[in-house]
Design a binder for this molecule. Structure first.
Ligand SMILES: [Zn+2]
Ligand SMILES: [Zn+2]
Length: 141
């Protein structure tokens, strides 16, 4: 297990996540919500136990944006109120103890991690090349 430091764009929020060896990669999400929230074509994520995320600065100031996912259950997005960087997401369908960390905001992660898998491949734009094993929506659980 390795600890990776993350921070938001303005520096008001700082955190770290602990990742097992097999989690040290990016899960690319091509879903339409990720396109909106990032202003880009996909986001970079890992699903981790909530206990492996530690917010070390600015936690009490984080704001929450809620939308409803494919499951019909809420997805809470926690973001820096100053610069709007999303620190983590909590999909209620996954239970209370699991969250989605943004691997693209980890200082070492963004430079060193490789694509590990692609999800919501059905929404990948036609000009984007496949870079990892791709699932139409989510991997079978
Ligand atoms: Zn910020
Ligand atoms: Zn997505």
């Amino acid at each position: 297990m390795t600890t990776y430091n993350g921070k938001c764009h303005c520096g008001q929020t700082e955190w770290n996540v602990k990742l097992e060896k097999e989690q040290q990669g990016h899960i690319l999400c091509h879903c339409d919500t990720c396109k909106y929230l990032s202003g880009s074509t996909f986001t970079l994520n890992q699903i981790i136990p909530k206990a492996n995320l530690k917010i070390t600065k600015g936690e009490s100031d984080l704001k929450k944006y809620t939308y409803y996912g494919d499951s019909g259950k809420a997805v809470n997005c926690y973001y820096c109120p100053n610069c709007t960087s999303h620190v983590y997401h909590h999909q209620l369908v996954m239970g209370d103890d699991t969250i989605i960390a943004r691997t693209g905001l980890l200082e070492k992660g963004i430079k060193e991690f490789k694509p590990a898998a692609e999800i919501y491949g059905k929404a990948r734009l036609p000009w984007e090349k496949e870079v990892a094993e791709t699932f139409e929506t989510l991997p079978p659980s």
